[in-house]
Design a protein around this ligand. Structure first.
Ligand code: PLP
Length: 478
């Protein structure tokens, strides 16, 4: 099951030798800036370069722990991360406990199921740069956005979002505005994109000011209900991969008395964060992308400790103060930490998958993961420029590594059919309308050789017109 992808495994040179360094060496995006001639203009030189880069990748040894679908070149880890041996073992262990302990597993399992969400929160906290008490693993991303917006929106002002957000964020926010008796068409302030790919951070700040102009107060909600009360932004745009400066946006929001919340779905596990130090008010994320927690994995959330003690808008008994949860009092006493945002009994089998999945991430270290991620995406962008640009492809992702997350958007007017043709060839990418093929070299299991293969297959699909056999997408995504 944990076999390598045979087609892409051209070198067999020990890139999956089971050993790994965690010193953050190599993989820093500086993959061939040494002018040693490895990166020539012909495929042979490039192939050698990928081999060398794979040998130097400090995280290369982790690939062996993942189930790479046979024969496939998997580039969709930003949609669903792969199963690791660690995750599989953790699920099996909980199945054994369920068999042997049954209901006593809530206390007697190792770790006890009763506090699994808090414990997973402790493990995830370093990935978002938060205190353990500020993070809990619970619910789904969408539910957590409902819960957080519902809790922090006081019903007076506007909520500032981006035109390029993932739709579920807007669905939840609009619903919460309606619940508060406000008209979402008036109260959802949307920052527009100039190029359809990215959002200018200075436009975000301008929007904070403009929305508040003419309002009487200066404390976010504008005092008369016209100002911005909450900024809710993604860390990374799901389509183009633009990475926002969370510190800058949070500071700008706070200077204007606005709360700052973020959706970290496309950055957690691949980009380090510093939420507590930046003073971010709240955040939510999913665990099935770079955390490799499995399909529909339990999501997570962060609430800054200065907000502890609020009653969540979606309370449930699992968010009750743990010590007295089983007193069965009908009045809700929220846990004095982010655990208060749990709602119902957590699905322990799913929780176990995430528990195991976190082990390779912790061993690799988030800084080294980011280093390899930048190296892989830099390599991919350069190959797209070299080999696909004159075939109608454009890179839709910011070129500055500090401004992009873990995936790269390759734009082409036939993106939907190209992505289908690539999948047929075992290159698993996805399509996002209107014109983006997303390619994600997830750093714990993707090789530079795989990046080579994606671009070579992309080139072949374009040169041969192989995509023309496919009907344009009717179901939105592939
Ligand atoms: C930015 C973002 N938010 C939320 C979600 C999905 O939310 P949920 O996990 O509730 O399905 C996704 C899914 O890809 C996403 O990209």
């Amino acid at each position: 099951m944990y076999d390598d992808c045979p087609k892409a495994d051209r070198d067999g040179d020990g890139t999956s030798d089971g050993s790994h360094r965690t010193d953050g060496g190599g993989g820093d995006g500086d993959y061939d800036r040494d002018g040693d001639g490895d990166r020539g203009d012909d495929g042979e030189h490039r192939g050698r370069n990928a081999e060398r880069l794979d040998r130097e990748n400090p995280l290369a040894g982790f690939r062996d722990r993942f189930a790479i679908p046979e024969g496939e070149c998997y580039m969709d880890g930003n949609s669903l991360g792969l199963l690791s041996a660690d995750a599989e073992a953790a699920v099996e262990a909980v199945v054994d406990e369920w068999r042997e302990l049954a209901v006593q597993g809530w206390d007697a399992a190792e770790p006890p199921w009763f506090t699994y969400g808090e414990r997973l929160g402790d493990r995830v906290a370093p990935l978002v740069g938060a205190r353990e008490s500020e993070v809990v693993v619970a619910n789904s991303t969408t539910i957590n956005i409902h819960s957080l917006i519902g809790t922090f929106y006081n019903g007076d002002g506007k909520i500032l979002v981006s035109e390029l957000d993932f739709p579920t964020d807007h669905y939840a926010i609009r619903a919460q505005l309606r619940r508060a008796g406000r008209d979402p068409d008036d109260c959802l302030e949307v920052v527009e994109s100039h190029d359809g790919r990215t959002i200018d951070e200075d436009d975000v700040v301008r929007a904070m000011d403009e929305a508040s102009e003419g309002s009487e107060g200066n404390e976010g909600d504008g005092g008369d209900g016209t100002g911005v009360e909450i900024l809710f932004f993604p860390s990374v745009l799901y389509r183009s991969g633009q990475l926002f400066d969370i510190e800058y946006l949070t500071e700008a929001a706070h200077e204007r008395g606005i709360l700052a919340g973020f959706d970290l779905a496309h950055s957690i596990g691949v980009v380090p964060h510093d939420l507590s130090t930046c003073g971010v008010d709240f955040a939510a994320w999913c665990s099935y992308k770079y955390l490799n927690g499995g399909p529909g994995a339990l999501a997570g959330l962060y609430v800054n400790e200065r907000h502890f003690g609020r009653v969540p808008s979606l309370p449930g008994w699992w968010g009750h103060e743990k010590e007295t949860q089983f007193d069965m009092d009908h009045r809700f006493t929220p846990a004095a930490n982010a655990g208060a945002y749990q709602i119902g009994t957590p699905p322990i089998l799913a929780a176990a998958a995430l528990d195991g999945a976190l082990t390779p991430i912790e061993e690799a270290g988030i800084e080294a993961i980011r280093g390899t991620s930048i190296g892989l995406s830099e390599y991919l962008i350069d190959l797209v420029d070299d080999r696909l640009a004159d075939q109608g492809c454009a890179v839709g992702t910011p070129r500055d590594p500090a401004r992009r997350g873990g995936h790269v958007a390759i734009e082409h007017e036939e993106a939907d059919r190209i992505s289908r043709a690539l999948r047929e060839r075992g290159v698993i990418v996805d399509y996002r309308p209107p014109n983006v093929v997303r390619v994600c070299p997830s750093p714990l299991y993707t090789r530079y050789a795989d990046v080579e293969r994606v671009v070579a297959e992309f080139e072949a699909v374009l040169e041969t017109g192989a995509y023309e056999r496919f009907e344009p997408a009717t179901d939105g995504v592939t």
